[in-house]
Design a protein around this ligand. Structure first.
Ligand code: ZN
Length: 528
């Protein structure tokens, strides 16, 4: 070796070598063959779309538990048993499931009772939050958007007595159709954070003492005069959400306000019966920043009958115990999906067989590495995400000390791209605003990839799109990974054949890299 080469080695190559050592993960990321078969199996026809409370979901839970057992994760169950059972990996809990079996709405005008409107479920409206049978006759009261917000100085219920009555409200918020209006500026931010959604309107109506709310469709409000029924208003997607309602047994279902969501056709029929120009009402509210009462002079007769049963469902959880068991990092991905409609299976390959397959592959790399991590690493697969983040909410609620959870990493839909992203280079990672450390971590790990992603680092505050929200609600730092909302989302077209396994492998490199660094950080802190 010449002197010059020697100097070159010490000055240039050695620091590079050191740097490479530093950036290299202690635990290697999984490869395609480590996760492809799980994705394929979880989204196969036999699992029938893994809907909460079905045989398909139970099969998925068994599959996940069996992998956890095979790769040597410790079960979530902490008692003493001589032989390990799959169910030891389960965190079981009960849910009330309510199906609306029959429902009808009849509305007539007080002055002219012959003028009647008979609305039918699915044709004219969908039900939401219907947890009990109901037979109710009352007058119908119009309450603008159904918003009461003292901070914004706005009250749609001002001066109205709606106790025991059925209330009509418009979907959305003041100014929603005019981005130049003052109302839009005032209400937009809150609306972006899903504040004025249906659940909100049901809760407000409940506080006012109402029995049920009927909502005028947003698409109808936005339609041009004379515009006909839009196909999208009767999409299968809506029907999926209204098939059944789920809640914890501890919740008082008697007090929940039922919501009947008129579609375009139903809204159109009701507007003509009542003779109300809803778009004009919207415009007036946007201009005056208040809702002036409109008398409907209409009677409503509402009947629904429901069937209630109690089901036991399971989160599936395995633990890699750490040196310090008082600290935990959690990785999670929901395994439930939408199930079947008739004979049509909603496979949910991207949503979220991809996340679960990634979770199990990462778990296998970590158990297979035989390292003893400085803290517990918990690998969890949630049930009932599609029913309202229920499984992760139950888990987060069962934590004795949430502050011992140092980080929650969520994976939900990590194998596709939005249609505009033809180069498949987008990756979105959500964190809380103050977490510049996690953002910087994501950026630096991403930059080590051969082909780095275009990162969309967004703020999860106020958002409830996936299970991360159950953890932000407990002030636990989160990182949530997603590759984009594609056109096959929540359709039967979300199949394994469309999964981009190369992209998914690269996403898992980022997840794994962040996990390695985060664990290393905990290790360094423990050493001091
Ligand atoms: Zn999902």
């Amino acid at each position: 070796m010449s002197k010059l080469v020697h100097v070159f080695f010490i000055l240039i190559l050695f620091p590079l070598y050191l740097n490479a050592q530093f950036l290299e993960d202690k635990v290697k990321p999984p490869k395609i063959h480590d996760f492809a078969s799980s994705l394929q199996f979880l989204a196969s026809p036999g699992l029938e779309g893994r809907e909460t409370g079905t045989q398909g979901a139970a099969l998925a839970a068994d599959y996940i538990a069996s992998i956890m057992q095979n790769i040597g994760l410790r079960p979530f169950y902490q008692g003493i048993r001589s032989d390990l059972k799959l169910s030891d990996y389960f965190q079981p809990f009960k849910l009330i499931r309510v199906n609306t079996v029959k429902s009808a709405i009849d509305i007539s005008l007080v002055k002219n009772p012959e003028q009647q409107l008979h609305l039918l479920q699915y044709n004219d409206y969908k039900v939401n939050n219907v947890f009990r049978s109901l037979t109710k006759e009352s007058d119908l009261v119009f309450a603008g958007y159904g918003i009461v917000d003292p901070d914004l100085g706005y009250n749609d219920y001002a001066g109205k007595d709606v106790k025991g009555k059925i209330v009509l409200v418009m979907e959305g918020y003041p100014g929603q159709r005019d981005s130049t209006s003052i109302a839009w500026k005032k209400f937009k931010t809150a609306s972006d954070n899903d504040i004025f959604d249906l659940d909100y309107k049901c809760v407000v109506a409940r506080k006012q003492g109402a029995t049920a709310i009927i909502t005028i469709n947003k698409g109808f409000l936005a339609a041009k005069p004379g515009q006909q029924l839009q196909k999208s208003n009767t999409s299968a997607k809506d029907e999926i959400y209204t098939k059944a309602e789920y809640t914890f047994p501890a919740n008082n279902i008697e007090s929940i306000v039922s919501c009947f969501r008129l579609n375009f056709a139903g809204s159109d029929k009701l507007a003509s019966l009542l003779g109300i120009d809803f778009p004009k009402t919207e415009q007036e509210i946007a201009e005056q920043l208040s809702f002036k009462s409109v008398e409907l002079n209409a009677d409503i007769n509402l009947t629904t009958s429901t069937a209630i049963d109690t089901i036991t469902v399971n989160n599936v959880i395995g633990v890699l115990p750490g040196k310090d068991t008082s600290q935990t990092v959690i990785l999670g991905a929901h395994y439930d999906h939408l199930g079947k409609r008739g004979n049509t299976v909603y496979y949910g390959a991207d949503d979220n067989a991809s996340g679960v397959a990634g979770l199990l592959a990462l778990a296998e790399m970590w158990t297979g590495s035989h390292i003893n991590p400085p803290c517990n690493i918990l690998f969890a697969s949630w049930i009932a995400e599609e029913k309202g983040l229920i499984g992760s909410e139950y888990f987060a609620g069962s934590l004795n000390s949430p502050q011992q959870v140092k980080l929650y990493i969520n994976m939900d839909m990590i194998s596709r791209s939005v249609s505009e992203d033809t180069a498949a280079c987008q990756l979105s990672i959500g964190t809380c605003t103050p977490d510049e450390y996690l953002r910087e971590l994501a950026r630096s790990i991403n930059s080590t990839l051969v082909k780095p992603f275009t990162l969309d680092l967004w703020d999860v505050t106020g958002h409830t799109g996936s299970d991360y929200a159950s953890f932000t609600a407990k002030n636990i730092p989160v990182m949530t990974y997603n590759t984009g909302l594609h056109n096959d989302y929540h359709t039967p077209r979300d199949i394994p054949g469309s999964a981009d396994l190369v992209k998914m492998g690269n996403v898992l490199k980022v997840v794994n890299g962040c996990l390695n660094c985060f664990i290393e950080e905990i290790n360094a802190n423990a050493a001091h």
